[in-house]
Design a protein around this ligand. Structure first.
Ligand code: ATP
Ligand code: MG
Ligand code: MG
Ligand code: MG
Length: 467
């Protein structure tokens, strides 16, 4: 079953249960300064969960673009993590609760998608006897397939609605036999793949740290489309699905290499395929490469991908040519990725070109530093050198870290941060000097724009430069 069909089936299934289909919101949060990126299906619906707005229909379903920068390091290494992924969700704002959420999740997986019941396991919160009752009595799930655990099973982000979770896992290795001591951590993802998280927001976390039952309880669920695809397409990783393969194949063609030639090159293929989606969608949603906030996330991802391109032997800008491939794959549900294609390509190409100017020189320097470090018998690169790479050659610190790690070396992060802070102080002092001279010139205005923490502004400025 192809990704477009799985997504459609999800939305139609929940529409059939009285839900409104809500289009994906932008990756750039609207009116929510607490978030850098939309990172879950419920994030753009928070206003309904906290009661500040009333939805048209208390039942909603969506397929929401999400970015999780905390998973950057996982990408290419695990089978299941991306920096951008689609979270399929169903939500109830004070309407249905645990019983329906569990019943429909089971019905969708086993009847609509036809997953084998004997390959599903669930976790519940240690104290959630109500959920245990529904899973065993209503669904008929063997209690040995249920793991009571506190880890990852209580959704609580401080003051506000919170509650226990129940997560659904798929057994990739049933040949190992029924697992009577099922715990999601037992074999990590090689055996159990987390596909769906059901959150039962039934409490309020009060300012004084106490909890009370909410008069109106909510449901918030999220399932990764890429993971469902990997299971339904019976492939080992999300990268082997129709959501990623066309990007990987096109990269392989550009590089004159093959996917699955070597493990090192496979990581490069996966990182590139992952990062181009994130970059293309975030630029399409109005964020632009820069040195701060969201813009710096885009810059880091793009530069990392360019470097992995070099691992595959691609020496010139290429990421921008993959934007149309992403559009071919996902444009049906996200028309913006097709409509904004030309703009995205221009932004990506300009950023790639900018980095290529300093990339070779930076790599040369890094190569020398690595050789010196090894010759001295040390295992970490000096922080001031990492800073020069960052400051003069545009190497984000995690890129330098990637390259060093490939050589079995770490980085003196403290030394790097120290050099970075010193430079910031110098820049601040320089700005003060200018201010004290009371120079109200265009140059000064420009400085103010560049030093502003308000990302939207500098993004607009650089958009103007690019176009
Ligand atoms: P994991 O333990 O695998 O990192 P999670 O518990 O952090 O996942 P949740 O916050 O419960 O994930 O998100 C709900 C669902 O979204 C997950 O069950 C999974 O299917 C999907 N998901 C979460 N993070 C990612 C990611 N980085 N890439 C792809 N899918 C993801
Ligand atoms: Mg996670
Ligand atoms: Mg988890
Ligand atoms: Mg989870």
């Amino acid at each position: 079953m192809k990704s477009n069909e799985i997504r459609n089936r999800w939305l139609k299934f929940f529409e059939g249960k009285g839900h409104d289909i809500v289009p994906s919101a932008s990756l750039v949060p609207h009116n929510d300064p607490s978030l850098l990126w939309i990172n879950a299906g419920m994030a753009p619906l928070k206003k309904y969960f906290d009661g500040s707005e009333l939805p048209r229909n208390p039942r909603m379903t969506n397929s929401q673009k999400c970015i999780r920068t905390n998973d950057i390091e996982n990408v290419g290494k695990t089978a299941r993590h991306h920096t951008m992924f689609e979270m399929l969700g169903n939500f109830s704002i004070g309407d249905y609760f645990k019983k329906e959420a569990i019943t429909w999740a089971w019905e969708f997986l086993t009847e609509e998608l036809k997953f084998d019941k004997d390959r599903l396991y669930v976790t519940i919160h240690t104290e959630d006897d109500e959920a245990f009752g529904y899973w065993t009595e209503l669904i008929g799930l063997d209690p040995e397939r249920i793991c009571r655990t506190e880890k990852d099973n209580f959704w609580d982000i401080g003051e506000g609605p919170c509650g226990p979770c129940s997560e659904i896992f798929y057994d990739r290795k049933p040949e190992l036999g029924k697992d009577e001591t099922f715990h999601p951590d037992n074999h990590n993802e090689t055996r159990y793949l987390e596909v769906w998280n059901l959150v039962f927001t039934q409490f309020n976390h009060n300012a004084d740290g106490s909890y009370n039952e909410l008069p109106k309880k909510n449901i918030d669920t999220g399932a990764g489309l890429e993971r469902l695809c990997s299971l339904l397409q019976d492939v080992e990783t999300n990268f082997d699905t129709d959501l990623f393969q066309p990007i990987i194949q096109e990269t392989a063609r550009l590089a004159g290499k093959k996917y699955h030639e070597t493990p090192e090159m496979d990581i490069a293929f996966k990182v590139i395929a992952d990062h181009i989606r994130t970059v293309a969608f975030s630029v399409g949603d109005g964020a632009l490469p820069s040195n701060e906030g969201r813009g710096y996330v885009i810059r880091r991802l793009l530069r990392r991908a360019v470097r992995y391109g070099k691992v595959l032997g691609i020496e010139k800008p290429f990421m921008y040519t993959l934007v149309s491939v992403v559009g071919d794959i996902m444009g049906e549900h996200y028309p913006e990725i097709v409509e904004k294609r030309e703009f995205i390509e221009k932004v990506v190409k300009a950023e790639e070109e900018r980095f290529h100017v300093t990339l070779a020189a930076g790599e040369q320097l890094l190569g020398d530093v690595i050789a010196q470090t090894k010759a001295a018998g040390a295992d970490t690169l000096p922080g001031d050198k990492a800073f020069t790479l960052y400051d003069t050659y545009g190497f984000p610190i995690d890129l330098t870290e990637d390259i060093a790690a490939e050589q079995g070396l770490g980085i003196d992060r403290e030394g790097f941060e120290k050099a970075l802070n010193e430079q910031r102080q110098r820049a601040r002092a320089a700005r003060k000097d200018v201010a004290s001279m009371n120079v109200q010139t265009e140059v000064f205005d420009q400085l103010k724009i560049e030093s502003s923490d308000f990302v939207g502004y500098s993004e607009t400025a650089s958009a103007a430069q690019i176009l």
